[in-house]
Design a protein around this ligand. Structure first.
Ligand SMILES: [Zn+2]
Length: 135
């Protein structure tokens, strides 16, 4: 399936985005709105913040990260697992989130607005994993 890229004019406000499963507005006014049950993961490049919106997937992610921490040289670089997670780059968090999201009913969506330049939008990339059939 081809996912289209929509290019907006420079300094255009990002268009609202609606959940493709239930139609709830999940991105509007340049901010993530209250996510519906289909939005299971969100991340934002500018702040580097990411979070799971389901307890089982958050647990699976943390277990996967704990294994990576103990099996790699990260334990020598970071003083604790908590510190390792706190310094995890958003791109890595999203890549691992996609790896553990083993479901044919889910997909990753990214919405990118300018995060460079003077003035205008400063939201970088917003990442959403949307699951049409959340547990
Ligand atoms: Zn929804």
């Amino acid at each position: 399936m081809t996912i289209p890229t929509v290019n907006l004019n420079f300094f255009s406000d990002p268009v609202p985005f609606y959940c493709p499963a239930c139609g709830r507005k999940i991105y509007a006014d340049e901010a993530l709105q209250q996510p519906c049950q289909h939005v299971v993961f969100t991340g934002e490049s500018l702040t580097g913040n990411w979070s799971w919106h389901t307890v089982p997937l958050n647990k699976r992610f943390k277990e996967n990260m704990q294994r990576r921490y103990t099996e790699s040289a990260a334990a020598q670089t970071y003083p604790s697992f908590t510190n390792y997670l706190a310094n995890l780059h958003i791109d890595t968090a999203v890549a691992i989130a996609c790896e553990i999201m083993i479901s044919s009913s889910a997909f990753l969506l990214s919405i990118t607005t300018s995060d460079r330049g003077c003035g205008g939008m400063c939201h970088g990339t917003l990442y959403l994993i949307i699951d049409f059939d959340p547990a």
